[in-house]
Design a protein around this ligand. Structure first.
Ligand code: SAH
Ligand code: SF4
Length: 429
């Protein structure tokens, strides 16, 4: 979501006569787009603001945008004298004027929510030449007790389906073939007429689109309509990122996730029954207040039961102003316990992913070549429909094209692939 917001800001500033530079050196304006989801995200921003000082001349404008700007507002101006702009997620429209003001020596905080704001008239300047992030919903109406997002991004609102389709058509015209639809609970999308199932069907049918993904859905919003669309629209990929957070119904209740362990597992079953070859990744929080050894064991057993393909794992971070702050202090899980649980969870997740991936060796996939592999050296990084990273041989001219490969090796998490003739490609196992 932040990358997508940065693309919108860059688009707006480009339209106002600014040009992007590759690094902070020599820039007239430096904007740091921030995340507030965990304390360490914010600490990194503070570190970055410090580092940026040495690139700043007397007239350089330094601004902080995004969720941390929204959360801290004018406090950021007080604590860092070099910062002259603090702009929250709903206030990017004013950026050019705010920057002009800052150049005249003023300092601003712009953090009002605007429930109508979708930046429809902005032309996103995309960083990625292969896939496009397309926000379809802003804000969040859930109130998970650990989460700062409802307070930094405001209430949930959906874009109009026609606007999303129009942006998808523009993306195709720019030569991109994959879109990722974005929202905090993206499958609760509703523009007043159309639900997320209808959106998937409409976007998936745009001529030239070959892959549709979305992130992140909430388990409670997987209506039959959404699952049917996912199963029936050929361009919608066979992967879902389905945040679980915990495998313990008691923990989930304290998190106010509004589903039980059983509900989550039932959602996984419905998805798998409808979509052959579906891979599932997730988010898990370790050490939420009151998480007992037994509750943590339930998370481990749910991880085994589902058999996730991968997981983002987080140590719980207390955020100011979230309902979790009202939980009794004695429920805090000691750091050493959190650390140990985190390591155990990580080992389990990695081990399961490795086993599943080993069993995939010899299978075939269609991959979209995304970029040069980190190792370079005639290697490219590609992605399968089921969200596996596959390293293939080739030259940079192949970026953005599709290739059929056989999975020949795995590190446990990523694959190497050897090109095969397209006609020989089998459907996904
Ligand atoms: N809207 C998405 C999540 C967005 S935040 C959803 O509901 O699925 C991305 C992930 O960060 C969450 O899924 C959660 O696992 C993690 N997260 C959010 N708040 C956190 C906190 N206070 N401490 C640790 N992890 C957190
Ligand atoms: Fe945060 Fe919950 Fe909303 Fe996701 S659904 S953004 S975790 S409040």
């Amino acid at each position: 979501m932040n990358v997508s917001d940065s693309e919108l800001m860059l688009g707006k500033l480009t339209a106002s006569g600014y040009d992007a530079v590759d690094g902070p050196e020599g820039a007239d304006v430096i904007l740091v787009n921030t995340c507030a989801i965990r304390d360490n995200a914010e600490q990194r921003v503070i570190g970055r603001l410090g580092e940026l000082r040495r690139f700043m001349g007397r007239d350089t404008i330094l601004g902080v945008t995004g969720c941390m700007a929204q959360r801290l507002g004018p406090k950021l101006l007080e604590t860092d004298s070099r910062v002259s702009l603090v702009v929250g997620p709903d206030a990017y429209r004013a950026l050019p004027q705010l920057i002009d003001g800052a150049r005249n020596g003023e300092r601003f905080t712009a953090t009002d929510f605007d429930l109508e704001e979708h930046y429809e008239d902005f032309q996103a300047r995309r960083f990625d030449g292969v896939k496009a992030w397309i926000p379809v919903q802003r804000g969040c109406d859930y109130r998970c007790t650990y989460c700062i997002v409802p307070y930094t991004r405001g209430s949930e609102r959906s874009r109009q389906l026609a606007d999303v389709v129009r942006e998808t058509e523009e993306v195709v015209a720019q030569g991109l073939t994959e879109v990722v639809l974005l929202g905090q609970t993206v499958n609760s999308y509703n523009d007043g007429t159309s639900d997320f199932g209808a959106l998937l069907r409409a976007v998936g049918a745009v001529p030239g689109i070959r892959r549709v993904r979305y992130t992140s859905p909430h388990p409670n919003d997987f209506s039959d309509s959404v699952i049917r669309a996912m199963a029936e629209v050929p361009t919608v990929c066979e992967h879902v990122h389905l945040p679980m957070q915990s495998g313990s119904s008691r923990t989930l209740k304290r998190m106010l996730r509004r589903y039980s362990r059983e509900d989550y597992l039932a959602c996984v079953d419905r998805l798998r029954a409808a979509i052959p070859g579906l891979t599932i990744t997730t988010d898990i929080i370790v050490g939420f207040p009151g998480e007992t050894d037994d509750e943590f064991e339930e998370t481990l057993s749910a991880v085994r039961e589902v058999g996730f393909d991968d997981a983002f794992m987080f140590k719980f971070s207390m955020r100011d102003g979230t309902p979790a702050q009202r939980l009794p202090a004695e429920l805090t899980v000691p750091d050493a316990v959190v650390d140990e649980r985190f390591e155990r969870l990580k080992d389990l997740v990695r081990g399961i992913a490795r086993d599943k991936n080993m069993r995939r060796l010899g299978e075939r996939r269609e991959v979209l070549i995304e970029k040069e592999a980190r190792k370079g050296d005639g290697l490219l990084q590609a992605r399968s429909r089921d969200f596996k990273t596959v390293i293939v041989p080739g030259d940079l001219s192949m970026i953005g094209t599709y290739l059929h490969v056989e999975l020949t090796g795995t590190t446990g998490s990523t694959f190497t692939g050897a090109p095969v003739a397209e006609r020989a490609a089998l459907p996904m196992a």
